[in-house]
Write a protein that binds this ligand. Structure first.
Ligand SMILES: [Fe+2]
Ligand SMILES: [Fe+2]
Length: 372
């Protein structure tokens, strides 16, 4: 019997298991996954030698506990359809919802896989045992996550070609410290997003229009541990969170990650309506949880209750609608519309950066357990 991606011990095995499934000639999904805009998940590359040189001895005790938990692999075999997987009536799904949901799945699959390729590459290039071991474990998890989403897409006759994506998608270079900030945040916000939906559907099971949401609790626990690993990595070099300049970078990344999520989620009104989730409530709830968690290592959080916060996010979202309309329209007038939209989005972003942060003390030990 062929292995399934959910039981793979390495990312390479999980990808191979996905590739071995009957091919689907769905270039469209792969094309969507290939696109690189400010709002679509990107693939990253970095200075792997610099990352390989990290010395984790200052956080050794916590490090070994975390790695031990990840090696114990509590979620092995979890990311696979079983008797809890209800039949999905893709043909009966309202077309607008179906389109948005498929877009959500493709984008989630790409984001999961983006983590996988970065972590897998770090594992391949590195020689530092601590670092390669961690990245191998995280790559394994992300490959399983991406594989599982692809299994869900397959039922709709679609799949993202993961092998092709690895080869053909453009990679964006980020220096290691930016990878730490961006990846730490995306793991923690990923946790907050998955658990918020999971808890909401626990209370409102009639809104669960697809079985994949039942898998979100274990899923978000994987993301939580990945975030913990990055919190420890950030701790190995206090300058990363304490220097004046880096505090500015942290604010920049918090603002970029939060505002991107806001704009992206507001593009899927039907999806959120079907879940019974107000995107504004959801956004603020996820930001609140993420902020609470990031106090483990970041010395400040964004003031998401500031009177300018939500209105400015809304302006950014409106600017984005304008950019999309310009792109669709094409020609000179479309270009003008797009440029005007980009300028508005840029001003809105700068305006968000001028909102003062809320400072907090950072504990000596960052370790947390998932609590939501
Ligand atoms: Fe993941
Ligand atoms: Fe992750």
């Amino acid at each position: 019997m062929n292995m399934h991606s959910s039981t793979a011990a390495t990312a390479e095995e999980a990808i191979a298991a996905q590739e071995a499934l009957p091919p689907l000639t769905n270039e469209e999904a792969t094309q969507v996954a290939m696109s690189n805009t400010l709002l679509t998940p990107r693939f990253y590359t970095t200075d792997f030698d610099e990352m390989d040189a990290i010395d984790v001895s200052s956080v050794r005790e916590e490090w070994d506990v975390l790695i031990g938990q990840m090696k114990a692999d509590p979620n092995k075999g979890h990311f696979k359809k079983n008797e809890d997987w209800d039949d999905v009536d893709w043909d009966g799904m309202e077309p607008a919802l179906k389109a948005e949901f498929i877009d959500f799945l493709i984008s989630s699959c790409t984001a999961e896989f983006s983590g996988c390729v970065l972590y897998k590459e770090m594992k391949r290039r590195g020689s530092n045992k601590d670092i390669t071991e961690l990245f191998q474990l995280m790559a394994r998890d992300e490959a399983r996550h991406a594989g599982f989403i692809n299994d869900a897409l397959r039922e709709a006759g679609i799949a993202v070609n993961l092998g092709f994506l690895t080869q053909a998608k453009k990679y964006t270079y980020f220096r290691p410290k930016f990878i730490y900030y961006a990846t730490y945040l995306s793991e923690k916000i990923g946790y907050a997003r998955y658990i918020t939906i999971f808890r909401h559907l626990e209370e409102n099971p009639e809104m669960r229009f697809h079985p994949i949401f039942k898998w979100f609790r274990e899923w978000c626990n994987d993301e939580f541990s990945h975030g913990e690993a990055f919190a420890l990595l950030l701790k190995t070099d206090p300058k990363l969170t304490e220097s004046r300049m880096n505090k500015m970078w942290i604010k920049f990344f918090l603002t970029a990650v939060f505002s991107t999520m806001w704009v992206r989620d507001h593009q899927r009104p039907e999806f959120h309506k079907a879940l019974g989730v107000d995107p504004k409530w959801y956004g603020q709830e996820v930001f609140r949880k993420t902020s609470e968690i990031t106090k483990q290592v970041f010395p400040m959080t964004l003031d998401i209750d500031h009177p300018r916060w939500v209105p400015t996010l809304n302006r950014m979202e409106a600017a984005n609608v304008q950019i999309a309309a310009g792109r669709k329209q094409g020609g000179v007038s479309g270009w003008v519309k797009r440029m005007a939209g980009s300028a508005k989005a840029g001003f809105a972003f700068v305006s968000l950066l001028t909102i003062p942060v809320e400072k907090n003390a950072v504990p000596a030990s960052p370790r947390l357990e998932p609590a939501y």
